[in-house]
Write a protein of this length. Structure first.
Length: 172
């Protein structure tokens, strides 16, 4: 049997990768919640544009994604130890987010396990639909310098389909 030509093989692999991306932001939230049933969620409408000092916002995306835009006041952390280092004495709530919720749900689970004995306990939530949903709702964003931003890093071409073209930043 002959092997498929390389361009055809690459096309088939790319198409298979696109099938893993849910069709819209509602489906991405359902997918993330189903994958991490122990994680509590918070709708963007429930989070003030500037949360109080009791709330730590954590962006779990990569540095290039965070530099394009993030929620005002968010710190970037991808590991439990980094989140714990960012906590201050008045933080009682931690809201984590990524592009759509998958990476932040995973970190929320690990953080909950690491802080299970904490007194007082931390309220740990995942932001529903991530920064994609936040931006689609027209909520404020800032860039790596703290200036207002209007675009979101799409993570990659497949996931970028979930963002309207006007919100999608070009890939590096």
């Amino acid at each position: 049997m002959r092997a498929a030509p390389v361009p055809l093989l690459l096309l088939l692999l790319a198409a298979a990768g696109c099938q893993d991306v849910p069709e819209d932001l509602d489906a991405t939230h359902a997918w993330a919640a189903e994958s991490h049933p122990g994680t509590a969620h918070l709708a963007a409408a429930e989070l003030p544009d500037t949360p109080g000092t009791d709330t730590l916002l954590v962006d779990v995306r990569e540095p290039t994604e965070h530099a394009v835009s993030h929620l005002p006041g968010a710190v970037r952390a991808t590991a439990v130890e980094e989140v714990l280092a960012a906590l201050k004495g008045d933080h009682r709530r931690v809201i984590l987010y990524c592009s759509v919720g998958k990476r932040s749900c995973a970190l929320a689970e690990r953080l909950a396990a690491a802080t299970a004995e904490r007194d007082p306990p931390l309220e740990i939530r995942n932001l529903e639909k991530g920064i994609f949903g936040w931006a689609v709702d027209g909520r404020p964003l800032v860039d790596g310098e703290g200036k207002p931003a209007t675009k979101v890093h799409p993570f990659d071409e497949s996931w970028g389909r979930l963002l309207p073209a006007g919100l999608r930043a070009p890939l590096d």
